[in-house]
Ligand binder design. Structure first.
Ligand SMILES: CC(=O)N[C@H](C=O)[C@@H](O)[C@H](O)[C@H](O)COP(=O)(O)O
Length: 233
């Protein structure tokens, strides 16, 4: 377990994900994104769904952080919500499993610690990544049997939706309070921010949209450029 995590230390993990409504949706395309990330020097890949994970594992030798985005009627969480979802991504070849570790209600009202225990029982040596959204959730995750904490969901929950961009203050507070490695993830939009996260003490940095979602990259260019054409008219 430690060996896999050590491979990620101080490196860039590229999140290669596209949902069905996105232009790059498709496991073959995500596998190509992963190959490009490996060629560019990434140390790991973060990928969604058993089928994308399986395809990516065929083409790259990097550790894959797997997750399964799935919706359940009785809960707002969607990153690997249940043990069945864990089973599917482990079967597909995920080296590390990422899951929602926020305070929100889980399917069947399962408490978060019971979910973690259930995974541990079934997969004793499997590295686990807790995706949190707040400082308090990070502190709770630090006490659970997880191996690494990630700021993935900061900005994506009711309590954090006011956040704009990557929250460096939140990262530094979490780093100060937690013993476990902390990964900086979520709206890391430039190499400069990624570098700052490492300087602050982040274990590694996950970058998704800024590398693998061209429609979002395009939008950022367009909105900067529009400011100029607006001034000129
Ligand atoms: C909130 C959520 O569902 N995040 C997902 C988690 O796996 C992915 O859609 C993100 O791409 C990933 O976290 C990387 O973040 P960013 O794409 O901002 O660099």
């Amino acid at each position: 377990m430690e060996q896999i995590l050590r491979k990620l230390e101080k490196g860039l993990i590229v999140s290669c994900q596209a949902l069905p409504h996105e232009p790059l949706y498709g496991s073959d395309i995500m596998a190509k994104m992963a190959i490009a990330a490996e060629e560019g020097g990434a140390v790991g890949i973060r990928a969604n769904t058993p089928w994308d994970i399986k395809e990516i594992k065929k083409h790259v030798s990097l550790p894959v952080i797997g997750l399964y985005k799935k919706r359940y009627a009785d809960s707002d969480i969607y990153i690997t919500p249940t043990i069945d979802d864990v089973r599917e991504i482990v079967k597909a070849g995920a080296d590390i499993v990422a899951f929602d570790a926020t305070y929100r209600k889980r399917p069947d009202d399962q408490p978060l610690d019971a979910f973690v225990r259930q995974i541990r029982q079934e997969y004793p040596g499997l590295p686990l990544m807790a995706d949190i959204s707040t400082f308090e959730e990070a502190v709770v995750a630090d006490e659970l049997e997880v191996d690494v904490i990630s700021t993935t969901l900061a900005g994506y929950t009711e309590d954090t939706k006011h956040l704009r961009g990557f929250d460096e203050v939140l990262l530094s507070e979490i780093l100060r309070a937690c013993q476990k490695p902390v990964i900086a993830e979520g709206r890391v939009h430039s190499p400069d921010i990624a570098k700052k996260c490492l300087e602050q003490g982040a274990y590694a940095v996950v970058v998704g949209a800024a590398i693998t979602r061209p429609q979002e990259i395009t939008k950022r260019f367009v909105s900067e450029m529009m400011a100029v054409s607006y001034k000129e008219t």
